[in-house]
Design a protein around this ligand. Structure first.
Ligand code: PEP
Ligand code: MG
Length: 325
């Protein structure tokens, strides 16, 4: 079974009627980028940089970060590498950064909120990423954006970091694409406005489900409610993809849903451009997409959008997939 899946390494995720989708990998360390191309990933859609910070005993310097980002960019040989800025707080702590105790950490001081507050920390990371941009096809992605203000503030700090480097005479390469994660419902609802300003979106279903359905993603007691096939989630995803298409921006997904074969007909039908997942899921998704016809997926998706419950949507998708050869 693994052997037959390996046959997909050199194949693309193209439907029978000729529509291709980019298959990207989620990684947490530069080491994970080594050999990714050979194993069939076409890009890195999410590099979670927090692991670089969590495994260190002190704040990683600009040089240490630059080395990690440069290595990752070089390993991908010109293919896209989406580097997500620090997503700390929530459940992820840093031993050397005193964070306040919070009653609701997932609703609190985390990710872009913390970075916009601790500007020096953020500028240092942005400088390291921009410098790494001279060594590959690097893109920057901000996590946990809730609306237009935060996006503009983060973008302004990116510009500031870039100007600093330019005036120092550093090698910054060409301008790089800057995008945001859509993982907070307010951002999904504002996608049409945000799409005018950003270069791309990546939908983070892990948090989007947590915040939309009000279910702690770690809590077993309520995990039965945690489902990316909830009709409300599908509506939000559709809204985000439609907004991107309207404004000519690309849109990816880096939450777990992107690596679930059951979701593939729906994501093809909605027209998601880039799918980012654990590298171990990519062959399976390629195999699934290659069995599909986009036109049939579009029709199926219209039916799915009318259904009322996650269970109905799942069973419709299961029945549909069984019919594909
Ligand atoms: C997400 O929220 O879907 C996501 C990809 O980010 P993380 O799992 O790192 O929160
Ligand atoms: Mg997230």
């Amino acid at each position: 079974e693994q052997e037959s899946l390996n046959a997909y390494r050199s194949l693309t995720a193209v439907t029978k009627d000729g529509f291709a989708f980019e298959m990207a990998a989620n990684i947490g360390t530069p080491q994970e980028a080594v050999g990714l191309l050979e194993k069939g990933s076409e890009a890195i859609g999410l590099y979670r940089t927090e692991f670089l910070f969590m495994s260190a005993s002190q704040m990683p310097s600009e040089e240490i970060q630059f080395e990690a980002y440069r290595q990752t960019a070089e390993a991908m040989q010109g293919r896209p590498v989406v580097i997500r800025t620090l997503d700390i707080g929530g459940d992820k702590a840093l031993p050397y950064l005193q964070l306040p105790e919070e009653l609701n950490p997932f609703l609190g001081y985390r990710a872009i909120r913390l970075c916009l507050d601790q500007k020096q920390l953020f500028l240092t990371q942005l400088r390291a990423i921009i410098r790494a941009g001279a060594y590959g096809n690097v893109k920057i992605m901000f996590p946990m954006i809730s609306g237009v203000d935060e996006w503009r503030q983060a973008k302004a700090l990116y510009e500031e970091a870039r100007q600093q480097l330019i005036s120092e005479g550093a090698n910054v390469g060409e301008a790089i694409e800057i995008g945001i994660m859509i993982e907070i419902p307010s951002a999904a609802l504002m996608a049409d406005r945000l799409a005018k300003e950003v270069d791309f979106f990546s939908i983070g279903t892990n948090d989007l489900v947590q915040y939309t359905v009000a279910v702690d993603r770690m809590n077993e007691k309520v995990s039965y409610l945690y489902d990316y096939f909830h009709p409300a989630i599908i509506q939000l995803i559709k809204k985000v993809i439609d907004a991107s298409n309207k404004h000519g921006k690309w849109v990816g997904m880096c939450g777990t849903m992107a690596g679930d074969p059951l979701a593939a007909p729906l994501l093809v039908g909605l027209g998601l451009h880039e799918w980012s997942m654990s590298p171990s899921s990519i062959q399976r998704i390629k195999q699934t997409v290659r069995k599909l016809e986009r036109s049939a997926c579009v029709q199926l998706t219209e039916r799915l959008l009318d259904l009322d419950t996650p269970a109905e949507i799942r069973s419709e998708l299961e029945a549909f997939l069984k019919l594909q050869q």
